[in-house]
Design a protein. Structure first.
Length: 58
């Protein structure tokens, strides 16, 4: 599911999902899964490192 929120002239698109497997999982597995989802929610991508141009010769 995708949601769009607006605040003044700014808008943000949010994504959400529904996990239907939780009714068949143990509480321990659900705890691990919740921690994984929280880690994914707070994940920030790192900028790609720029390569130096390859030069030939002295």
């Amino acid at each position: 599911m995708h949601y769009t929120t607006t605040s003044g002239q700014h808008s943000r698109t949010l994504r959400a999902f529904v996990d239907i497997g939780r009714t068949t999982m143990s509480s321990e597995r659900l705890t691990v899964k919740l921690i994984d989802h929280a880690r994914l929610f707070t994940y920030e991508t790192q900028p790609a490192a720029r390569r130096k141009p390859h030069t030939t010769g002295p």
